[in-house]
Design a protein around this ligand. Structure first.
Ligand code: 4AZ
Length: 263
């Protein structure tokens, strides 16, 4: 969230530091300030993961990720959409590079943000964008409310994004991907205390760290078994041992998302 704000608007740095200090995110970020590879995985392409979308500003500067779940609907994080309007954002599909000009750019006609969303550590970090025009890419299915078994500890999840490759580092020009194991709720509670809301979040990462989402990956896909199971949401720093990435637990919100997709 702290880093996301940085990625979204450089002018918001002061506010981001204030917010991070309030939530305790800054201290933990500072504690793991040494450069660490995020997504520690590898570069990939939008062709390989056609459902991966860049969420950009009106000048096509990427600041978050999103997931195409139908030709005109994109799931992203609520925190990515704070202070945004339909006219301030674009969704870009089929573009592997942040500095690319290829692919398909769609305008947005509606932004639905979970009505209870306040801050990432309280949960409800989900939003659905309605596109003004269809994306010519294959969407991915998403979990239903009864699929809670997908989060069993140790299950492999795929993460994707253009975010920074270290805490407070630079964004990746090329799309990157990695896999991370899900972490049990009890373990994640040990990491984050009451900031981890098990009903709304799921954690993933290696005990030793080293592979993670980071600033600018927010809103992007967390895929288990070929279905969207989460949304990149927050964490203390990136890829540090003992601070797994936190993802929106999509099973909790899949009925709400379906309502939006059918609206
Ligand atoms: C962010 O600020 C962010 N390591 C995303 C993911 C994580 C931390 C921060 C998880 O967008």
């Amino acid at each position: 969230m702290f880093g996301l704000t940085l990625a979204k608007k450089a002018l918001a740095v002061t506010a981001a530091v204030a917010a991070a200090t309030t939530t305790g995110l800054l201290g933990a970020t500072t504690a793991s300030a040494a450069p660490q590879p995020i997504v520690g995985g590898s570069t990939t392409t939008a062709s390989a993961y056609p459902y991966v979308m860049q969420i950009t500003d009106s000048s096509q500067n990427q600041f978050c990720g999103g997931t195409l779940v139908s030709a005109t609907k994109v799931v992203t994080a609520a925190h990515c959409m704070v202070d945004e309007t339909p006219s301030s954002v674009r969704v870009v599909g089929g573009r592997t590079y942040r500095n690319g000009t290829n692919g398909t750019v769609a305008r947005v006609s509606k932004i639905w943000i979970h009505p209870d969303y306040s801050t990432v550590t309280r949960g409800d970090d989900v939003a659905v964008l309605t596109l003004s025009t269809s994306m010519p890419y294959t969407p991915i299915g998403y979990v239903s409310s009864s699929d809670t078994g997908v989060y069993a500890a140790g299950t492999t999840a795929r993460i994707l994004g253009w975010g920074t490759t270290s805490s407070n580092g630079s964004s990746s020009n090329q799309l990157r991907t990695a896999t991370v194991p899900t972490v049990s709720n009890s373990s994640c509670s040990s990491s984050y205390g009451s900031r981890f809301v098990a009903s709304d979040m799921v954690c993933a990462g290696y005990a030793q760290g080293g592979t993670d989402t980071c600033q600018g990956d927010s809103g992007g896909p967390f895929v288990i078994g070929g279905r969207l199971a989460g949304i990149t949401s927050w964490g203390d720093g990136c890829a540090a041992a003992g601070s797994p990435g936190v993802y929106t637990r999509l099973t909790t919100f899949s009925s709400l998302v379906t309502t939006q997709i059918n609206s």
